[in-house]
Design a protein around this ligand. Structure first.
Ligand code: BDR
Ligand code: CA
Length: 312
């Protein structure tokens, strides 16, 4: 059983479609801030589920503030457009949000599916950290937590060292990475290697329907990456985390490592410090760490992602 925690977001939207298209059982989607406010991300999530014909999936939203109340950026407008969906005009959903808040729902589902719940988190990690605050015992109940976030051996994408989902709420990230539950961290090291290309986008656009709507959502996101990479394409960060959590992509290299988060106010704020010294000769591997850091995942994601969206 899966639970997705996200900040929908263009690539979160694609990740939702990839997850739904897999047919994997999905207990709920919980929503946090990051790319946009939690309220906007929740609205976007409802619309994406409606687009996919899955308005039955329960959606709960979390709060708008970080664990310690420190300011976060509620805007990745340049990347995800003003509404977080790249300006793509998805139809409003007839479904409403649950009354239950996201952290409470996570706790409840961890108990209801004890030993079976796999959480995939593709936004800031505040909801998960709040759930751990409410009930630390869930760390022993959740089967696996797959996090899209961090930059182990590569630069950050918000600051020179910090990745967006970590810097959204560094204290929350530190709490989730240190909770003791089994974590698979899917950082920029690998997500920046899974790019949807313009030709893939064109196939979606030409197909119309759900795929055409997905292309409309993706359009400006490819323009943003064109400025970085030099051609129209875009990183499928969140969908890669979903594919790894589903077992569709088996990483070639995912060592266990202690991972700390810089929660200071200095230039390293939000940096993930993964202890990978065992890659040098002479250091013992940190076999006791419950965190695995994905450093290589070479099975292509995008062809199956595109086919899956075309199949809606
Ligand atoms: C992450 O940040 C967000 O902009 C994306 O949705 C993804 O989850 C990449 O750093
Ligand atoms: Ca995201």
């Amino acid at each position: 059983m899966y639970l997705l925690d996200c900040d929908t977001g263009v690539d979160d939207a694609v990740a939702i479609l990839h997850l739904l298209g897999s047919g994997a059982p999905l207990a709920a989607v919980t929503v946090t801030f990051g790319n946009v406010s939690a309220a906007q991300a929740a609205e976007n999530t409802l619309r994406v589920l409606h687009l996919a014909g899955r308005s039955d999936v329960p959606v709960a939203v979390g709060g708008e503030s970080t664990l310690d109340g420190s300011p976060t950026r509620h805007s990745a407008t340049l990347v995800h457009g003003a509404n977080g969906l790249g300006g793509g005009a998805l139809e409003p959903s007839p479904a409403a949000l649950l009354d239950e808040a996201a952290p409470e729902l996570i706790v409840r589902l961890a108990h209801e599916h004890a030993g079976e719940l796999r959480i995939i988190a593709t936004g800031g990690f505040t909801n998960l950290a709040r759930a751990l605050e409410l009930d630390p015992a869930i760390a022993g109940l959740v089967r696996e937590v797959t996090l899209m976030g961090g930059a182990a051996l590569v630069p950050g994408n918000v600051t020179p060292s910090a990745e967006a989902n970590i810097v959204a709420d560094p204290l929350a990230a530190a709490s989730v990475l240190g909770a003791g539950w089994p974590v698979v961290l899917v950082p920029l090291d690998v997500t920046m290697t899974h790019l949807i290309e313009h030709d893939d986008w064109q196939r979606l656009a030409d197909a119309g329907g759900v795929a055409g709507s997905a292309a409309a959502v993706l359009d400006g996101y490819l323009d943003f990456y064109a400025g970085i990479i030099g051609r129209r394409c875009a990183a499928m960060h969140d969908a890669l985390a979903v594919a790894i959590a589903l077992g569709e992509i088996e990483p070639e290299l995912a060592p266990r490592a202690h991972v700390e988060v810089d929660v200071t106010d200095g230039p390293g704020r939000g940096r993930t410090i993964a202890d990978l010294r065992h890659r040098y000769r002479g250091y013992a591997p940190p076999v006791d760490s419950p965190v695995r850091v994905v450093l290589e995942a070479r099975t292509p994601l995008v062809p199956s992602l595109v086919e899956r969206i075309l199949a809606f």
